[in-house]
Design a protein around this ligand. Structure first.
Ligand code: NAP
Length: 261
């Protein structure tokens, strides 16, 4: 396996008991990082930690809690006060029509998908700069680049994070600290599965038929495998990735149609 030069580096991976966060933790574990992983449900989190230890041999500490709360973040930082790697992730805001959303709905979305990563970056970035190594990856969404009509709060809150980080990334890069975004298109996680199940019921077809329909619309003819997402995350965290600064890498199988950028 390719040596990413991050053996023994301490990594916090937020919202990592399932899906994309789990895949990032697994890939970083394979690369030799020591992990602190979080999620709200202790049981699934413990189960994932055991799987990562078994598959990678990595040291894994678990912190059960809501990362979008101050208490959840404090517990995470107490378990890993000086991370070298920070993967920001949390659940996404709900679908819907913006006419139905009250200010509290927006505050929740902005808190979870913009302010939570910013607060974690604030708590960790200066230490990374002092130690001359840091890799921060924000898991956002393809919606940052190409807005999804019924995901207005995701489009808005994540674009806000991306804008802020675009500036900060250039201020910390000279200390070998990078901040980049990973933008998932459709990856087959529980979140996507439940969306496909919902649509299959609505169209009165099976899950498999709906998945095939969804896959056919992508240039690759399929949806993404979370492992592919984890591998891209580990690449951005590699010791040799210090010149990749303030970028937003779209992982969508080519669904966004453009010649470049
Ligand atoms: P998932 O399969 O549903 O997994 C979500 C993970 O996050 C679980 O481990 C969950 O555990 C944890 N989590 C959720 N809210 C949390 C919180 N407040 N604090 C701590 N942990 C929390 O979701 P996913 O597909 O990996 O999605 C991850 C992120 O990428 C989401 O923001 C999603 O909107 C975005 N995204 C995903 C896709 C896709 O195709 N999968 C596409 C675009 C964007 P607990 O429930 O136990 O906390």
């Amino acid at each position: 396996m390719l040596d990413l030069g991050i053996k023994g580096r301490r990594a916090i991976v937020c919202a990592a008991s399932k899906g994309l966060g789990r895949a990032c933790a697994m890939a970083l574990g394979r690369a030799g990082a020591e992990l602190t992983i979080t999620a709200r449900t202790a049981e699934t989190l413990e189960q994932t930690a055991a799987e990562i230890r078994r598959e990678t041999g990595a040291k894994v500490t678990v912190v059960a809690g809501d990362i979008t709360t101050e208490a959840g973040r404090a517990a995470t930082l107490a378990a890993c006060p000086e991370p070298d790697i920070l993967i920001n992730n949390a659940g996404g805001p709900p679908h819907g029509d913006f006419r139905d959303w009250e200010i509290e709905d927006w505050q929740k979305a902005v808190n979870g998908n913009m302010l939570t990563p910013i607060m974690l970056i604030k708590a960790t970035v200066d230490g990374m700069c002092a130690r001359k190594f840091g890799r921060i990856v924000n898991i956002t969404s393809a919606s940052v680049k190409s807005p999804i009509p019924n995901l207005g709060m995701s489009n808005g809150a994540r674009a806000g994070l991306t804008g802020f980080v675009g500036g900060l990334a250039r201020q910390v890069a000279r200390h070998n600290v990078t901040i980049n975004g990973l933008l998932p298109g459709p990856f087959l996680t529980d979140r996507l599965r439940s969306g496909i199940e919902f649509e299959a019921r609505r169209q009165n077809i099976s899950f498999e038929e709906m998945l095939a329909k969804r896959s056919a619309t992508n240039p690759t003819g399929r949806v993404g495998d979370p492992e592919e997402f984890g591998a891209a995350c580990a690449f951005l965290c590699a010791a040799s990735s210090g010149f990749i600064v303030g970028q937003n890498l779209l992982l969508d199988g080519g669904a966004y149609n453009s010649t470049m950028g």
